[in-house]
Design a protein around this ligand. Structure first.
Ligand code: ADP
Length: 224
């Protein structure tokens, strides 16, 4: 399996001198194509800081992030913005759906923004896989939290990103719904060969991953 994402001595420090916080401290990780990796750690361990840097959203203090061999932070800001839109997908805790347009329109929105053609057959397959085919004409606020997150997963898969980052994707859901949503995320990732990096503070949710990285005080301390 080829490496899709790699970090080299990745660091993010905040503050100076005695106030310095090493939010991410020399992290070296490698993610293979098609892998589902969970990054687990307590609150304040550095998960969000790491995820933002992996996803091209936050500049490191030092070190490198390479996506398909391309170093993210060597790119100019506008080049990185385009690269991020084309190659990187996100699923957020708060779903982040557009409330004024229906489910179908939400799912195809990023494809349209990027000027690509919508592959209706593929999108319908994703929608059926996630069990939201009866909801495509609904507005997001008429759906339950679990259904909204399934729409956000469909939207993320629809544009076939090279890598998909999930930031506490079940953080707003009850336990039963979390289990259902995470199982669907795992199943659809495998079906479509989607590489996923998910951060969570929840050990049980992390169990669906192919591989678990544990982060403590900005360092990866254990591989499972
Ligand atoms: P997690 O996502 O695991 O809860 P974070 O990545 O949010 O952890 O935070 C890691 C550490 O970095 C914490 O000590 C946090 O207080 C600190 N931190 C995060 N963002 C900032 C910031 N903008 N300024 C100063 N310190 C920060």
């Amino acid at each position: 399996m080829s490496t899709i994402l790699e970090t080299k001595n990745l660091c993010k420090f905040y503050g100076a001198k005695e106030n310095e916080v090493k939010a991410v401290d020399k992290i070296n990780i490698e993610i293979k194509e098609g892998e589902f990796v969970a990054i687990v750690g307590k609150s304040g361990s550095g998960k969000s800081t790491l995820l933002h840097m992996l996803g091209g959203l936050d500049t490191p203090t030092s070190g490198e992030v390479l996506l398909k061999g391309k170093e993210l932070y060597k790119m100019k800001e506008d080049e990185l913005a385009v690269f991020r839109r084309r190659k990187i997908g996100f699923i957020f805790q708060a779903f982040n759906l557009v409330s004024s347009i229906n489910v179908w329109e939400n799912i195809v929105l990023p494809i349209g923004l990027d000027g690509k053609k919508v592959d209706t057959e593929y999108i319908n397959d994703i929608i059926e896989t996630l069990g939201i085919e009866k909801k495509i004409h609904n507005l997001p606020n008429t759906l339950s939290g679990g259904q909204q997150q399934r729409v956000a997963i469909a939207r993320a898969l629809a544009s076939r990103p090279d890598i998909l980052f999930a930031d506490e994707p079940t953080g707003n859901l009850d336990t039963k719904t979390s289990d259902e949503v995470i199982a669907l995320l795992k199943m659809s990732a495998k079906k479509y060969g989607q590489t996923i990096v998910m951060i969570t503070h929840d050990d049980e949710i992390a169990q669906v991953a192919d591989r678990i990285l544990i982060i403590e005080d900005g360092r990866v301390v254990n591989f499972k």
